[in-house]
Design a protein around this ligand. Structure first.
Ligand SMILES: *Cc1c(COP(=O)(O)O)cnc(C)c1O
Length: 495
């Protein structure tokens, strides 16, 4: 009996799958626009948003979704968000400009991250909500704010768990200085409330942060402040794998191979963040996010319904409602899950000195890999010329355009049903969140892949430049999902 071939099957949205399965559709898009391309699927984004909102509508009395723009630069997706009536989290002058161009008015824009003097002045002029990163920023806002307009401000807090140090936010131990500033300048600042954003997908860490912020809300009343917003940030996870057992099987084989057992599965001396010592493999790999099987909506529901010890076991949602708090969220990757793929073309296939097969694409690693992660779902091959004669499975590495030895697109071995040929198309699934844009560099002076938007309309797929995409959700007032008795100081959802 032979063991099954190690595989990392990707979860693919049915709409994306239907596009990939439409004969000639992907090839036609590349013939028209060139290769490689990033494809975004705004309708998948809208479905993700619908599900996310569904959970919030069911569980939270008052809430607001701020799409974290930095996860993808796509104009089509920003326009889809604007049309759907949600808010946006922008983190640079360019993202603010993109949001404004997509139809977001100042009341629906929140600006996060460290800002600097020039940006800060611009934000005060625009009247957007400033999510303050540090005490310098807060003090500077009090100096720059005019006497006639009040600047809406959230205060980002960090350092909830002792020993946990963040480069962002005001450390919770310095909060009294923030309270002093906020209460001394109530004529210039509208203090909306507290914010945090955690990188981890750990629900318990989030619950502790929420609990700490609720305590800050109580403390703020003592300074004559009346916070009404609790912004709990993003971090809702994606599900990449279609088959958790096969994923585990692949990772098991990979770990064995790092110990010299079985077929080699990594390029060069790569260990993917594992430490290999004393005949064992230790640590957390750089690709740990691919093991997640819990959807963002489940994580969100678990968070909303988590009991808070300090509040007699009442849930996060109940305590927020008791305190008339508007809960803001900043999902990035959760809204983009499965809403984008990247397509490249096989340039040539070569064998290196030890017989290893390299499939060279017209793509570079940084176009599909955020930071230095490893893409741990199998690409989908669309043969250009029908199925070839040679159909025995082959283990390959994907290489691309950049010129360093380590610049392979995959540093782990990928098994394909057959050896690819020049002209075949290679689809990297689920690249919409961060993969496309976060690390894209132009080191070799090649521009990044262009972005196209794909929509399914009237039974057909339509492909256009990302910049030309018009969402077809209805225009008009956004759907009501917050009760009308909200405090008038809180920016409303209107554009
Ligand atoms: C990046 C970022 C987000 C989005 O995070 P996701 O993990 O993509 O949900 C939200 N808020 C802030 C402040 C961020 O920097």
């Amino acid at each position: 009996m032979t063991a099954p071939i190690p595989a990392l099957p990707a979860k693919i949205d049915p709409l994306v799958r239907a596009f990939l399965d439409t004969p000639g559709a992907v090839a036609a898009a590349l013939d028209r626009f060139g290769s490689p391309v990033h494809l975004v699927f705004p309708q998948v984004y809208a479905e993700n948003l619908g599900r996310f909102r569904g959970v919030l509508d069911r569980l939270l009395a008052r809430h607001r979704i701020c799409y974290a723009h930095k996860a993808n630069q796509s104009r089509a997706l920003v326009r889809t968000a604007a049309r759907a009536g949600i808010a946006i989290d922008a983190a640079s002058p360019q993202e603010v400009a993109s949001a404004v161009a997509a139809g977001f008015g100042p009341r629906r824009i929140e600006v996060t991250g460290p800002k600097g003097e020039v940006f800060l002045r611009d934000l005060i002029d625009r009247g957007v909500t400033i999510n303050v990163d540090n005490l310098w920023e807060l003090a500077r806002i009090t100096e720059l704010a005019g006497a006639h307009t009040k600047v809406p401000v959230l205060l980002r807090v960090s350092g909830f768990d002792s020993g946990q140090v963040s480069r962002f936010g005001v450390p919770i131990g310095h909060i009294e200085r923030a309270f002093d500033l906020l209460s001394a300048h109530r004529d210039r600042i509208t203090f909306l409330g507290f914010a945090f954003h955690l990188d981890s997908g750990d629900t318990n860490e989030r619950i502790r942060a929420i609990d700490a912020c609720l305590a800050l809300v109580e403390q703020a009343y003592g300074y004559g402040l009346a916070p009404s917003v609790l912004n709990i940030g993003g971090g809702y996870r994606q599900v990449f794998t279609a088959d958790a057992d096969r994923f585990d099987g692949y990772v098991h084989a990979l770990r064995e191979s790092l110990l010299g057992r079985g077929e080699p599965m990594s390029w060069g001396s790569n260990t993917f963040g594992y430490h290999v010592t004393g005949g064992a493999v230790h640590g957390i790999p750089v690709f740990h996010k691919y093991a997640n099987t819990i959807p963002a909506t489940t994580m969100l529901a678990d968070l909303c319904t988590a009991p808070l010890d300090r509040h007699g076991g009442r849930t996060v949602a109940e305590v927020a409602s008791d305190n008339l708090l508007d809960v803001w969220l900043e999902p990035g990757k959760a809204l983009l899950d499965h809403a984008g793929v990247t397509v490249a073309m096989v340039e040539f296939v070569k064998e290196v000195a030890d017989g290893t097969v390299l499939v060279n694409l017209d793509l570079s690693r940084d176009a599909v890999t955020p930071a230095d992660q490893e893409v741990m779902v199998d690409p989908v091959i669309l043969p250009r010329h029908g199925d070839g004669a040679e159909t025995s499975p082959v283990g390959v590495y994907f290489a691309g355009r950049l010129c360093l030895e380590r610049d392979l697109i995959t540093n782990h071995k990928v098994w394909l049903p057959a050896r690819p040929r020049r002209g075949d198309l290679v689809v990297f699934p689920n690249t919409g969140a961060y993969h496309m844009d976060l690390s894209a560099a132009t080191a070799s002076m090649r521009p990044p892949p262009i972005k196209l938007a794909v929509a399914h309309r009237g039974g057909d797929f339509q492909v256009c430049l990302d910049a030309d995409y018009e969402p077809d959700l209805p225009l008009g007032p956004p759907p009501h999902h917050t009760p009308p008795r909200r405090s008038p100081r809180i920016p409303t959802e209107a554009p």
